[in-house]
Design a binder for this molecule. Sequence first.
Ligand code: 6R9
Length: 646
Amino acid sequence: MSEKLHPVTPEWAERAFVDAATYDADYARSIQDPEGYWGEIAKRVDWIKPFTTVKNVSYAPGNVSIRWYEDGSLNVSANCVDRHLATRGDQTAILWEGDDPKDSKAITYNELHDQVCRLANALKARGVRKGDRVTIYLPMIPEAAYAMLACARIGAVHSIVFGGFSPDSLAGRIEGCESKVVITADEGLRGGRKVPLKANTDAAIAKVGGVDTVFVVARTGADVAWTEGRDVRYEDAVAEASPDCPPEEMNAEDPLFILYTSGSTGKPKGVLHTTGGYLVYASFTHQLIFDYHDGDVYWCTADVGWVTGHSYIVYGPLANGATTLMFEGVPNYPSTSRFWEVVDKHNVTIFYTAPTAIRALMAGGEEPVKKTSRASLRLLGSVGEPINPEAWEWYFRVVGDSRCPIVDTWWQTETGGILITPLPGATDLKPGSATKPFFGVKPELVDAEGKVLEGAAEGNLVIADSWPGQMRTVYGDHKRFEETYFSTYPNKYFTGDGCRRDADGYYWITGRVDDVINVSGHRMGTAEVESSLVAHEKVAEAAVVGYPHDVKGQGIYAYVTLNAGVEGDDALRKELVAWVRKDIGPIAAPDLIQFAPGLPKTRSGKIMRRILRKIAEDEFGALGDTSTLADPAVVEDLIDHRQNRR
Ligand code: 6R9
């Protein structure tokens, strides 16, 4: 692995909020005195009623409870909008860049306030009250941010569903949190292609029911089916509503949002984040890690359907009074220069994207990048999966002209904000390493038995103590929360990631150690893809694993056992791929399907995934012990018919 060092430059040590000496001193303090430290940091947000307790956390088995600032009250929308009006009402809050390069607009903080208040009143008029759940299924348009902030303003709990998810996935998420209201658009627009969001919403509601209001934004103006009494034209509702809506006083531990994410077993979990700690953590990390100063133009290319969009397009930046760019399109439309053209058009100074995008663009060569200026860029960021050193160096040299530090930020939906990351004025960079813990974060490496490993070591990554942005529970299932994150290693939060720490104390995330795969930076549970495949009438059994993929990081490899008498051919492969796309969404579509007459199982019937992973990686020389298999002969057949030959 590359151990090339990119030291902090003198200008960065000078200009950034944090330099190396400050990092060491503040980190030590944040670990020794978390209450004192986080009590002070929390002053960065406006409280309605100040808190008197900072931290009240138990990771004890059977009694996991996480509370920060628990007797304080505040409102997230007031913090992200109202408090900036006096000083920066006319500053751009959201810079929107449409799918079509001709479409863009700037929304000031004053305009944001007007839109959020009107929508909040429109929600109230349809009966939405504090604590009610609202599902948001929107493309990357400013209305997505308005919707989030309008919910936060009245104390409703939003649950955003990524626009690429299918009607069935949407249905499961509507049902999971019992939303009575959905906010969607007629159609989405991505890379010139239309996404039938309203039709998908209709199909989802037909399946689960329970929804009495659907707000529909006119994005493309398409003629869509209409259910009188239930469907509401967003533009009309907002125009009729009053622009005056006082923010609801929320307790620090009142829920802010639910976000469904894949785990190693069962259906996606509703990760619940609350109000005070989340906002403090999102805004603080955003400012320090991206070194956000007034005048910066900040662009995170994520979708608001993922946690990165929540914390680092909307809540963190807006709480900081930033200008945040929101992009509706894709990196390769109308051409593979699009990202850099947008950077030049809006003078973007901070750019945050995912390794999969870097690798895809890298495959297209330097020319589409080099023909743009990018002179405005100061800092680059990466998130979603490990970035391989080659992609890191290309990003640094070609995109950043060897001028811009790269912050490789490790975190999860569950963590609410970034936990392991460089700070651009403090941390010497090693390509491929997320480097060091952020303030207040106490990572540890443990072995399979839970023994804490010291010094240079490789093991499973756990976090030994809480931080304010941590998830509080799995919505409606606290037992699942405890079992998933706090039972493997008692008294510690288990991340599900493997990790190596080098002799300099740098962390290198090696990837998931559970049955979660990371496809183009999107989390997918192998169990979800399997249950979709077995729901097909021709499939008897399926086992899904990840395998290394040049662009996506991991690809989806499915072993499928067909029902007796069914012939496996390319037509059926296509049919199964289309089936999963339709059932879950395009991101879950298998890349490779191998028809397998039998799967390697132990005598007790457990599928030996270790063997399937090795074959999918084309590494069958290292299969390890196969003696416990019920029928070792199936392995020969699997190897003979493997689909990934390198
Ligand atoms: C923010 C986000 C979380 C999983 C996580 C890990 C992987 C994210 C990473 C990274 C290496 C990084 N991951 N950032 N791995 N380096 N900088 O992506 O949340 O969708 O919940 O995924 O993504 O495996 O456990 P989420």
